[in-house]
Design a binder for this molecule. Structure first.
Ligand SMILES: *Cc1c(COP(=O)(O)O)cnc(C)c1O
Ligand code: SF4
Length: 435
């Protein structure tokens, strides 16, 4: 599966952020809602009248068989129901180096990063995502995407904390209005698992942007009095780490604004916490159509049976699914890996939407590839596989210019009235472009 770009957790030696801030925002002031919905809980059998009908067996939301070995070693006392409870997953995230050492033998690069972690660096990995990492060494792509190394403390001159200038295109805190007809609405700065390459690491995981009613009302008021906004993109942090009732409240409020035609949710949940996608959640989301979703997937190994089931539920609810992937050095920057990722996405009914050139955010040099690398990958996909499998490769322009698409050059020039073109195999063709 893939990831969409949400906030991430890179940190910078100059920034000090107490680890204790890493708190689920559910404790913040909240709009009317019930606090927690234990969506997987089934009716108590004792409460049901006795009948001679066969009793309904509690069915776990997600198959646990794929994680059996991991659970036996690391969580022997945890029931399948707990494992499948997304709130249990969030409450039991691995956030401390000492906890991580139970699962992985840390390399010197990782250890060195961890030494300063307690004061500087948000680290969080769900037990589910950890189960994908154990048994793999430090070169494993999924591990590199969530376990910090000393490299993220390297600050290059071309890097900045906010290269996309989001803070200056923000009329209201947490709302970025860059394009004429759509806004990016950051609901909170919390993610269940932090990606080391997160483009919004200056915001994400710092415990400063909350699902706070007053701020949200302010942002919605801006949308209400800006009739050109027809598309609202909910992001963060990860919006799906909010409980159903809070999301429902927000979506209901947004739907009351006549000129908001579509709502989009950007999330990495299917890749890092698929258990969050409960039937209750999708039932609620369905009531707010037209609703679209951008899922963040980075590597084919994220496309597990659980992730696949989460996508299936969302797709069955009629939500069109796109994916966003950041091109990352030694993680997914090969034709083979990307080819496998896009094919797996299509099988999960997810349409590859964007492939992002990695933004020059502070501490990202070990993740960044050349632009030629991205172009090479696109060139080796286009024509060789389903058109639906080929994402648009974009650079989010530093300075806040928005997403700029990049394509391999298929035009070879003109010959009189003819446009000379190259096809995917490199053969030359002409089009009479004379009218
Ligand atoms: C990416 C982005 C959007 C959405 O862009 P689309 O190309 O429509 O997906 C909107 N606002 C901001 C600030 C963005 O970065
Ligand atoms: S999931 Fe969170 S940490 Fe990862 S890229 Fe998105 S916002 Fe950043």
């Amino acid at each position: 599966m893939f990831f969409n770009r949400c906030g991430q957790t890179r940190s910078n030696p100059s920034r000090s952020r107490p680890h204790a801030m890493e708190v689920n925002t559910e404790v913040e002031e909240e709009p009317p809602s019930q606090a927690i919905d234990y969506t997987i809980a089934l009716p108590l059998t004792a409460a049901r009248p006795l009948t001679n009908r066969p009793s309904i067996k509690p069915v776990p939301n997600y198959p646990v068989s794929f994680r059996r070995k991991f659970l036996k070693i690391y969580y022997p006392d945890i029931s399948d129901r707990q494992w499948n409870n997304w709130q249990w997953q969030i409450a039991n995230r691995v956030c401390k180096p000492s906890q991580l050492k139970r699962f992985l033998t840390l390399s010197s690069e990782e250890n060195a990063a961890m030494a300063g972690l307690a004061t500087r660096l948000p680290l969080a990995i769900t037990p589910y995502y950890l189960s994908l990492l154990v048994g793999h060494d430090m070169d494993y792509p999924l591990r590199k995407s969530v376990v910090p190394t000393i490299n993220e403390f390297v600050q290059m001159p071309e890097e900045a904390d906010d290269p996309l200038n989001e803070d200056h295109q923000s009329p209201v805190p947490g709302l970025v209005h860059r394009y004429p007809d759509r806004v990016l609405f950051l609901l909170l700065d919390f993610c269940s698992t932090y990606c080391r390459y997160c483009t919004r690491s200056r915001v994400v995981g710092h415990g400063r942007l909350h699902f706070n009613r007053k701020r949200l009302e302010q942002a919605m008021e801006y949308i209400r009095r800006t009739p050109t906004v027809r598309d609202v993109l909910l992001s963060g942090g990860d919006p799906l780490t909010l409980g159903d009732s809070r999301l429902d409240w927000l979506l209901t409020r947004l739907r009351q604004i006549k000129h908001v035609e579509i709502i989009r949710i950007g999330t990495k949940i299917p890749a890092v916490l698929p258990q969050r996608v409960t039937s209750q959640l999708v039932r609620m989301l369905k009531r707010h159509h037209p609703l679209w979703m951008s899922l963040h997937f980075t590597h084919p190994d994220e496309c597990t049976p659980e992730a696949s089931q989460a996508c299936q539920r969302l797709a069955d609810a009629g939500i069109p699914l796109g994916s966003q992937t950041v091109l990352l050095k030694n993680i997914n920057d090969s034709v083979e890996t990307m080819n496998s990722l896009v094919h797996r996405l299509l099988r999960m009914r997810v349409r590859p939407y964007y492939l992002y050139q990695c933004d020059p955010i502070s501490g990202s040099s070990h993740f960044r590839t050349t632009v030629d690398k991205g172009l090479e990958i696109i060139q080796r996909l286009r024509g060789f596989t389903s058109g639906y499998a080929v994402p648009t490769y974009v650079i989010d322009a530093p300075g806040g210019g928005g997403k700029i698409p990049l394509m391999p050059e298929y035009r070879q020039g003109r010959d009189g009235c003819d446009l000379v073109l190259r096809n995917y195999e490199g053969k030359t063709y002409r089009y009479p472009d004379s009218v």
